[in-house]
Design a protein around this ligand. Sequence first.
Ligand code: SAH
Length: 212
Amino acid sequence: MRLRNITGSREVIAGCDYVIHEPQEHRGQWREVFGNDHPIRIEIGMGKGRFIMDLARANPDINYIGIEKYSSVLLRGIQKMEADPLMNLYFIRMEAEEITSVFAPGEVERIYLNFSDPWPKDRHAKRRLPSREFLQRYDEILIPDGVIEFKTDNLELFRFALGELEPAGWQLEQVTEDLHHDAQMMQGNVMTEYEEKFSSMGNPICKYIISR
Ligand code: SAH
């Protein structure tokens, strides 16, 4: 997601308490940021943040961190937080490639990837968030029985993601290529902004849940 550059969005973010500005400094100490020892779940590529805000509101005993690389996009999440502050949610503006410098081994309980950028060219496969290179990074930060949940309407990206599991040492727990018609996997489903947009256009939504 890229929004028109919004003048001053970097300045707004710099002064915002909902954003963690030097995330590397909290590596291994995220519990202190939240002031409790609740599990930490993160969304990588949160966009405008609707999904993670809905989760945080519904689950006050779980801590959430939303990660987004573009300040113009993150700004929308901040504006929503100002209208409806949540104590168990923080945002980080960063590139997901740096994730292991921000979280220590076993510090994250669950990772959500929603409608990740497809990077369709073969030479960019390593940049895809469900690629084996990223699975290796997630392996470093997740607790031993941590899981990753991935949703997309891009069947090509989804099939690629399925093919990355075995080489990277991950296994499928649950999978569907039509989430909205899968009664079991739909239980408790929280829609993302892209999910609403693409499903209303008639695109089936794919989802997997994986573990090591
Ligand atoms: N998860 C949201 C947005 C999906 S669009 C939803 O489902 O509605 C994908 C988002 O991921 C974009 O906002 C994009 O800027 C962000 N993103 C893509 N690659 C990223 C990366 N490497 N690090 C951090 N954010 C990334």
